[in-house]
Design a protein around this ligand. Structure first.
Ligand code: DQQ
Length: 495
């Protein structure tokens, strides 16, 4: 049965239209809760974006699959709710994350069903799509995997049930393969591999890879892995996982080689330094690997409930291997169709200790590209969403000694309920020594790309209506602005 997407009533519609924190060019449902991207796929020229969704409240419970389609990866049409929990079935407590594949013309989704006495038992279920993927029909014999391998000591969550979820499926010459998120107790996060001839009968093979939760240097890989994504990229494979430890941590990836169904990592890195989570990728008809991710809120549950919505998708990112062998991620260029008024700022020196206010440039819905030469400054960078007196401001600061960029959120909002955590990431300077910043501001969303392989999607909630200005600064020496371009960005919901 098709369940229409519940729509906000007139009062909430009005509230949402004037909500200064609600993004305009990042995807989100008409109202209520969104988390992980699911079942991302392109079929017959249409991009499909399913997502974890509570259609009834802006709270993380009662999870369904929302669904939207797009022809241009920018403008989206909301479709009816695609999957809902069925009482008495393996997904009665939630239709959790999963993926979609094209099985010789039949779209098939493989997802996590949650049920059982504690409403936390996790199993793998299947649903079949019609050729246009407008409806999904659940397999009658779900689940197709009723729990993790019994001979492994898998980690358990708070309810005492095994953490075993978020199948990622791909095809090889001899059949279908599936990697699922879990963890080995006392060891670390794990992605487990299964094989199937038909997407319905699955045989457990072995762990694809297991992390080490006891190692902390440079970053921590968690005790459990949610949403593993196994991505062929050039001559390498990337295993991207959402590190978890009873709460979401962050997204990390391993780059390595894949042979005989074993993955051998060669390097590891943080994929995003902010609140980007549970990403999932697909290959489109141009051969691009496109990665969707959820940007979590950073305000209280009460504030989310009052707002009537929670969660948004990051801009879809095109993945690549950089010349240095890192994982590159750049926003899919289609977003450029949203660019409106453009301002260009030519090269100029930045005077130590003085703010350069960019000739009055302001905005809450902006794209910005800047190249800075740090010169002999100890610190330099950019201030955004700044009130004219600096009472509220978000600082993007290059630190020469540490060779890092910090997204300093300590003064982003006057709201004491917002966690003022800051994020520090590698500066990834270009070979010519310049700092390249690519920034998207969309109400409470800030997506920052530094150099060719560092990303940070964060949330900011300025309270002052005049927290709209931008400025450049340098301290402890002279820096130079090489070039800066700024665009107003249109809404994806406008005709
Ligand atoms: N979200 C889903 C789970 C997944 C988690 C539940 C990651 O399947 O592990 O909504 O955010």
């Amino acid at each position: 049965m098709v369940m229409p997407m519940p729509q906000p009533g007139p009062a909430l519609r009005e509230q949402l239209a004037h909500d200064p924190h609600r993004p305009r060019y990042h995807f989100l449902p008409p109202h209520n809760w969104l988390n992980d991207p699911n079942g991302v796929i392109q079929l017959a020229g249409e991009y499909h974006l399913f997502y974890q969704h509570n259609p009834f409240e802006p709270l993380q419970r009662n999870i369904h699959w929302g669904h939207a389609v797009s022809r241009d990866l920018v403008h989206w049409e909301h479709l009816p709710v695609a999957l809902a929990p069925d009482p008495g079935s393996p997904d009665e407590a939630g239709v959790w994350s999963g993926c979609a594949v094209d099985a010789d013309g039949t779209p098939v989704v493989i997802y996590t069903g949650v049920s059982g006495p504690t409403r936390r038992d996790q199993q793998v279920c299947v649903a079949f799509g019609d050729s246009r993927l407008r409806t999904l029909t659940k397999h009658l014999d779900n689940p197709v995997i009723s729990g993790g391998p019994l001979d492994l000591d898998l980690v358990r969550g708070r309810a005492g049930t095994v953490d075993f979820r978020d199948p990622c499926v791909w095809r090889e010459a001899d059949g279908w393969y599936l990697a699922i998120g879990s963890g080995l107790a006392g060891v670390g996060g794990a992605a487990l591999v299964y094989r199937s001839p038909d997407l319905l009968t699955w045989e457990y093979l072995h762990p694809l890879y297991v992390g080490d939760a006891n190692r902390n240097e440079s970053f921590w890989t968690g005790t459990m892995w949610e949403c593993p994504d196994f991505i062929p990229l050039g001559d390498r494979h990337v295993l991207m996982v959402s590190a978890y430890d009873g709460a979401t941590s962050g997204v990390i990836h391993f780059i390595g080689t894949y042979a005989d169904h074993w993955f051998t990592p060669e390097r590891a890195a943080v994929t995003d330094y902010g609140r980007w989570y549970a990403p999932q990728s697909f290959v489109d008809d141009q051969g691009r690997t496109i990665d969707w991710g959820w940007i979590r809120e950073q305000r209280t549950v009460e504030a989310q409930a009052a707002a009537g919505w929670s969660g948004a998708m990051a801009l879809p990112r095109v993945l690549s291997l950089t010349p240095g062998g890192d994982l590159g991620a750049t926003p899919a260029p289609e977003y450029q169709s949203l660019r409106r008024a453009h301002r260009h700022f030519a090269a100029r020196p930045l005077t130590p200790g003085a703010l350069d206010t960019l000739d009055g440039a302001t905005g809450a819905y902006l794209e910005l590209r800047a190249t800075l030469d740090p010169g002999d400054a100890t610190h330099c960078g950019l201030l955004v969403r700044r009130s004219p007196d600096g009472e509220e401001e978000t600082r993007i600061v290059y630190d020469r000694a540490a060779n890092t960029v910090t997204l300093d959120r300590s003064r982003s909002t006057l709201d004491p309920a917002s966690d003022p955590v800051s994020r520090t990431m590698p500066a990834a300077l270009a070979p010519d020594g310049t700092l390249r910043l690519h920034l998207f501001l969309d109400a409470s969303i800030l997506e920052l790309f530094v150099g060719d392989h560092v990303a940070c999607a964060e949330r900011i909630y300025p309270t002052r209506p005049d927290s709209l200005t931008l400025a450049l600064f340098a301290n402890g020496g002279k820096a130079t602005l090489r070039t800066l371009d700024l665009w107003d960005m249109a809404s994806i919901w406008e005709e």
